[in-house]
Design a protein around this ligand. Structure first.
Ligand code: T1G
Length: 707
C-alpha cells in the first residue's frame, strides 16, 4: 500500500506513503482514487485532507515509470486531480518538504492548500525536457498570475513557498502553517471550517474557475517567446510552456488542458527529453557501485587534509571549505604555501566582488583553513588528498610520508590523472585505504569527480568517498585503474581524430565549429589553447615511450615546438590579441599544417561536418565500449555522466553512448568501417570493440546494459 487513510473525527486524512519521495506511480494513483471515492461515499466524512509521509509531500510523477506502459495506464495523474477537484466534499492539501511537478499539480487540484514554512515547490518538468502535464500550465497561472507562473515553469527551479505566499492576491496557498509539525492539524481544522462553509451553501473553490489573463496580452507573450527561445536554443520544452500558458489566457480551461496534454505527449518523444531523463537517471545510477551494498558503513569525514597548494590543491580545498569541512593544507615551502593561500583568497574575493559570496561566508570558510608545512598537522585528518606535481617520484615521497604519519583508518586519496593508482597504493602499508579522487580543473567548479578504485581499495572507503563527493556537490563516477581512467582515456582518441582530420584537410577552426555546432561548448583546438597544448605534448612524449605504436598527428608537436602553448603564451592553434581570449585563425599555423601535409605526401581533401562529428564522437563511443569490456566503468550511463559532467558533451544529446543508441549502433559501425578504410587513419582503432560487436550481434543497445 502506498496510500494510508485515517479518520480524524469527521475528517479523512489521506497520506501518500510511497518512500522515498511519494512519487505518483500507477499503484499510488489507483489507491488515491479509491481512497477519494471511499471518503466521498462515507457519510461520516465531512472533509478530506491530503498529505505526504516522510520528507516530502510528493516529488511528482514516477520517473521510473516514464516510457513504460504503466505511465499511460489509467488513472492518469490529470484524471486523479480531476476526481479530487470534482469532489463534493472539501479537499485540503497539507504541504511540507517538497511539492514538485505532479506533486504540486496534485495539490492544485485540491480546494484548499496549507503549506508549512520551509516547503519548497517547483514545476521542474523542463529539466526533463517536458512541460507540466497534469494541469499545471492551466492552474498555476490562475493561482499566482501569468508572469510568476511562467517564470517558475520555464526555469524549473525550486522556490520557497513563502515567496509565493507573498504574491498579492495569490490563490495558491490559503494558509501558511505555523510549522511543519502543526501543518497537518491545521489542515484538519481548515477542512472542518471549509466543510461548515460548504454545508452553508458556499461553493468549493477551484483554481480552474479563476480567470486567467495578462494586461499586455500578445505583447507579453511575444517578448516571453523571444526571451525563452534565446535562452533555450537546444530545448523545445520551455517554449511549449509559453504556448500552454498563453492558451490558458485564451481558451476555456478544459480546452487548455487538452492542448497541454498534447504538448506533453509530443515532448515525451523528443530526443531532448529522452536525453534529459537519461541524464537524470544516470546521475543517480552512478552513485551505486554494483558490489558495494548501499548500507555499507562509512567512515566519518570531519577533517580533510590537502597536500599541495597549487591550482588543483587550492581548488580541492575550496570544495571542502564550501561544504563547511575543516581543511589543513600542506605545502613544502612557505613561499608555495603563501602563493597557494593568495590564490585561494583571490578566488573567494572574486566571488565576493561579484556578489556570489557573502563576506561573512568568506570569512567563515577561511576560518576553517589551516595552512601548514608539517606533516604532523595532517596526521589526524580523516581524509587526505594528495595534489602534488604529476611525477611518480614525488608521489612516492608523499605517500610514504602519509603512510608513516596518518592515523589508522584515514583515507589516503590521490588526485593523480595519469599515474597508476595501484603503484601509488603500493608505496603504503594500507592499500585498502588508498583511492583516487580525480578532480577536474577548476576543481572548485567542475562537477565531475572520478573516484578511482584500486585493486585493494576497501568497499567502505569507496562508499565513504562517494558520499563525501556528494557532500561537496560533485557528480561521482567510479573508475577502475587504467591509463587516463574513463574521461581522459576517451578524450585521447577524440584528440587523435582531431589531429588526423587536420592532416587530411581540415582547419582547426572547421573542426571546432563542426563539433560546437553539434553542441560541445568548445572544440578540441580551442580547448587545447585554453588548457595548454603543452599538457598533451607531455603525454604524447610519454606515450611514445610507453606505447610506441600509438600514432598521433605531428601537427600538435610542431605547434608546441613553436612555443604556441595556447592562451597562456598568447598563441596556440589560434592567434590571440594581447589580453583577449578571442580565437583568431592563424596564417602561421595554417602554413605549418600545409607544410606538414606536403611532407606526408597528403593531398588535402574536403571533409564535411558530418564526418568530423562522427569521427570525433564515434571515437569516444568505441573507446568507451573497450572501457566497459575491461570493466573500468560499471555501466554505459556512468560513461555518459563522465562526458556530460566533465567534458562538455551536450546535455541535449544525453552523452556519447546514449547518443550512439539514438543514431543506431549499426549505423555507428558502418561509419567506423568507412573510417577504417582511410589510409591515414588508424584502421586498428576503428575495429568495433568486442562489446560493440556483441551488441550489434544481439541487436541490443548500450541502454540495455544500464541498470
Ligand atoms: N520519481 C521516482 N523516483 C524519484 C523521483 C521521482 N519523481 N524523484 C526522486 N526519486 C528517487 C531518486 O531516483 C532516488 O532514488 C531517490 O528518490 C532520492 O532522490 C505530470 C510528468 C526530489 C530534488 O522532476 O529532483 O511530475 O535512484 O537522490 O538529491 O507534470 O530527486 O536512489 O533509488 O535525487 O535529495 C517531476 C525529480 C517529475 C523531481 C531530491 N519531478 N527529483 O533530490 O535525492 S515529472 C521531478 C528530484 C512530473 C507531471 C510531470 C530530486 C529531489 P534512487 P535523489 P535528492
Amino acid at each position: 500500500m502506498t496510500v494510508r487513510c485515517t479518520l480524524q473525527g469527521d475528517v479523512e486524512v489521506i497520506a501518500l506513503d510511497n518512500p522515498p519521495l511519494n512519487s505518483l506511480g500507477l499503484d499510488t494513483r489507483r489507491e488515491l482514487v479509491a481512497a477519494l471515492e471511499q471518503a466521498q461515499a462515507d457519510p461520516d466524512v465531512a472533509a478530506i485532507v491530503l498529505t505526504g509521509s516522510g520528507r516530502a509531500f510528493s516529488a511528482g510523477a514516477d520517473l521510473h515509470e516514464f516510457g513504460s506502459p504503466r505511465a499511460g495506464q489509467e488513472p492518469g495523474l490529470a484524471g486523479v486531480i480531476g476526481t479530487m477537484e470534482r469532489a463534493s466534499k472539501p479537499v485540503v492539501a497539507a504541504l511540507h518538504g517538497l511539492a514538485l511537478g505532479g506533486g504540486l499539480e496534485l495539490a492544485m487540484g485540491c480546494h484548499y492548500r496549507i503549506v508549512a514554512p520551509g516547503t519548497r515547490v517547483a514545476l521542474p518538468e523542463v529539466k526533463l525536457g517536458l512541460l507540466p502535464g497534469a494541469g499545471g500550465t492551466q492552474r498555476l497561472p490562475r493561482a499566482i498570475g501569468v508572469g510568476p507562473a511562467l517564470d517558475l515553469m520555464v526555469r524549473g527551479e525550486q522556490v520557497a513557498a513563502e515567496a509565493l505566499v507573498g504574491i498579492p492576491e495569490q490563490k495558491l496557498f490559503d494558509q501558511l502553517a505555523r510549522g511543519a509539525d502543526t501543518v497537518l492539524d491545521e489542515a484538519v481544522a481548515l477542512a472542518r471550517s471549509a466543510s461548515r462553509r460548504h454545508a452553508a451553501g458556499a461553493p468549493l473553490p477551484r483554481l480552474r474557475d479563476l480567470p486567467c489573463g495578462h494586461p499586455q496580452g500578445d505583447a507579453y507573450f511575444q517578448s516571453a517567446r523571444d526571451a525563452v527561445r534565446a535562452a533555450n536554443r537546444n530545448f523545445p520544452a520551455p517554449l511549449q510552456c509559453v504556448d500552454a500558458v498563453e492558451s490558458a489566457t485564451r481558451e476555456p480551461f478544459d480546452v487548455g488542458l487538452a492542448h497541454e496534454r498534447e504538448r506533453f505527449v509530443d515532448l515525451m518523444r523528443t530526443p531532448q527529453s529522452l536525453a534529459l531523463r537519461h541524464a537524470f537517471m544516470a546521475e543517480r545510477s552512478a552513485r551505486k557501485i554494483p558490489d558495494v551494498a548501499p548500507d555499507t558503513a562509512q567512515r566519518t569525514i570531519a577533517k580533510v587534509a590537502v597536500i599541495g597548494a597549487g591550482t588543483m590543491g587550492g581548488g580541492i580545498a575550496m570544495n571542502f571549505l564550501n561544504a563547511g569541512i575543516p581543511v589543513v593544507m600542506l605545502e613544502s615551502s612557505q613561499q608555495a604555501l603563501d602563493r597557494g593561500l593568495a590564490t585561494l583568497r583571490r578566488n573567494y574575493e572574486a566571488q565576493v566582488g561579484k556578489g556570489k559570496l557573502e563576506p561573512t561566508r568568506y570569512a567563515q570558510r577561511m576560518a576553517l583553513l589551516t595552512p601548514t608545512l608539517g606533516y604532523a598537522d595532517v596526521a589526524d585528518a580523516d581524509l587526505v588528498i594528495e595534489a602534488v606535481f604529476e611525477d611518480l617520484g614525488v608521489k612516492e615521497q608523499v605517500f610514504r610520508q602519509l603512510d608513516a604519519v596518518m592515523k589508522p583508518g584515514a583515507i589516503l586519496a590521490s588526485n593523480t590523472s595519469t599515474l597508476d593508482l595501484n603503484t601509488i597504493a603500493a608505496f603504503t602499508r594500507r592499500p585498502q585505504d588508498v583511492v583516487g579522487m580525480h578532480f577536474f580543473s577548476p576543481a572548485n567548479v567542475m562537477k565531475l569527480l572520478e573516484v578511482v578504485r584500486g585493486g585493494g581499495t576497501g568497499r567502505d572507503v569507496l562508499a565513504t568517498v562517494m558520499a563525501v563527493g556528494g557532500r561537496i556537490g560533485k557528480i561521482c563516477v567510479v573508475s577502475g585503474v587504467c591509463d587516463g581512467f574513463i574521461g581522459n582515456r576517451m578524450i585521447e582518441q577524440y584528440t587523435r581524430q582531431a589531429g588526423f582530420l587536420i592532416d587530411e584537410g581540415c582547419t582547426p577552426d572547421q573542426v571546432d565549429k563542426a563539433i560546437e555546432a553539434f553542441g560541445f561548448a568548445m572544440g578540441p583546438f580551442r580547448m587545447g589553447d585554453l588548457a595548454g597544448n603543452d599538457i598533451g605534448w607531455a603525454i604524447r612524449k610519454r606515450r611514445a615511450i610507453e606505447k610506441p605504436g600509438v600514432r598521433f598527428s605531428k601537427t600538435a608537436d610542431l605547434l608546441c615546438a613553436m612555443g604556441r602553448f595556447g592562451q597562456k603564451t598568447g598563441a596556440g592553434w589560434y592567434d590571440y590579441a594581447p589580453g583577449k581570449r578571442d580565437a583568431v585563425p592563424s596564417r602561421l599555423v595554417l602554413d605549418m599544417i600545409e607544410r606538414h601535409r606536403a611532407e606526408l605526401g597528403l593531398t588535402p581533401r574536403p571533409i564535411d561536418d558530418e564526418e568530423i562529428v562522427q569521427r570525433l564522437v564515434y571515437a569516444l563511443v568505441n573507446e568507451a565500449a573497450r572501457i566497459l569490456d575491461e570493466k573500468i566503468a560499471s555501466r554505459p550511463s556512468d560513461i555518459d555522466m563522465v562526458y556530460l559532467a566533465g567534458y562538455g558533451f551536450p546535455l541535449h544529446r544525453g552523452g556519447p553512448l546514449h547518443y550512439a543508441d539514438g543514431v543506431g549502433l549499426s549505423n555507428v559501425a558502418k561509419a567506423m568501417e568507412r573510417f577504417a578504410q582511410n589510409p591515414h587513419d588508424d584502421a586498428g582503432f576503428w575495429q568495433p570493440a568486442p562489446l560493440l560487436r556483441r551488441l550489434l550481434a544481439g541487436h541490443a543497445t548500450f541502454a540495455s546494459l544500464n541498470d
